[in-house]
Ligand binder design. Structure first.
Ligand code: SAM
Length: 275
């Protein structure tokens, strides 16, 4: 298909974002990125992607808004409870055997996945030996993750998810209601660190025993998926675990042979010992 003017403008906009703001979206899957950029264009009152590019290049206060369209910030506590049940019942018995444990939540958004794992590790008695690194490219999401305050109206869903994940206590043990929000217990963050890291541009993050990366790879094209999984592979210790969740898979990626299936339904993999 011949390139349309909008195709050209779209590519130039991504190039401008990379050159001025050092965020690389060129390896994201095009259809959904373009749809979201059209929404951003409308919201910012621009007629074309070229106008949007002009606006973003000359007014850096616009970039955070654009970034909020470029990155999808949807998350929940214990989102997809069956995944957390599998982590709790299948993975933790192995993790328990390590004297110290590092976990990397890649693309942690506003922190819900990190708090879910912190609660789960506390309930399973491995909190004290565990460090959780939550990384993302969206600084606003990382700020919210640090704060650990969520809207009170989300609590019924979070409570139900926690229960379905095999939660051993009441979710209300972990937060207090204040200022119209649910403020999660600071002690859950004692062993959590949030930081900026891009799966598209940065190198291996740290040596970890478990990587959880859910609802992130779906936004990447095949090449970028390969890059991200390569980073996970290189950062995992011998026989470490990789959890992708039911929507994503290692199939069709370059690294499929380097992992064995550990939980087929929840797409939890284990790094092969010989690779
Ligand atoms: C839909 S959220 C997933 C949040 C959480 N993992 C979950 O499943 O609930 C996707 C997250 O991936 C982040 N993301 C997008 N591109 C990224 C990249 N190149 N490196 C790291 N994180 C990225 C976005 O900023 C966003 O916070």
């Amino acid at each position: 298909m011949p390139e349309t003017v909008e195709d050209i403008e779209f590519r130039l906009l991504l190039e401008a974002v990379l050159r001025k703001y050092h965020y690389d979206f060129r390896g994201y899957s095009i259809a959904s990125l373009r749809r979201r950029l059209r929404q951003a264009r409308e919201r910012l009152g621009c007629r074309t992607f070229s106008q949007l590019q002009d606006c973003v290049l000359h007014d850096s206060s616009v970039f955070p808004t654009l970034l909020s369209y470029l990155t999808v910030q949807v998350s929940e506590l214990f989102r997809d409870p069956a995944y957390f049940r599998a982590v709790r019942e299948q993975v933790v018995p192995y993790l328990r055997t390590y004297p110290s444990l590092k976990v990397w939540v890649a693309g942690c958004s506003t922190g819900e996945e990190v708090y879910s794992l912190a609660i789960l590790f506390r309930e399973e008695g491995v909190e004290d030996r565990t460090m959780i690194y939550g990384t993302d490219i969206n600084p606003e999401a990382l700020r919210k993750a640090e704060a650990g305050v969520y809207d009170l109206d989300r609590i019924p869903l979070f409570t139900e998810n926690h229960r379905k994940s095999g939660g051993k206590s009441s979710l209300s043990d972990y937060y207090t209601a204040a200022y119209g929000g649910a403020v999660f217990d600071k002690s859950l963050r004692r062993r959590a660190v949030f930081s900026d890291h891009s799966l598209a541009a940065d190198e291996v993050f740290a040596e970890v025993q478990f990587v959880s990366c859910r609802n992130v790879l779906i936004y990447f094209d095949r090449e970028l998926q390969n890059r991200a999984i390569g980073l996970f592979h290189d950062s995992l210790s011998h026989k470490g675990f990789l959890g992708l969740g039911a929507r994503e898979s290692l199939r069709f990626t370059e690294h499929a042979e380097s992992f064995e299936e550990f939980d087929r339904e929840e797409r939890i993999y284990r790094k092969r010992g010989d690779r």
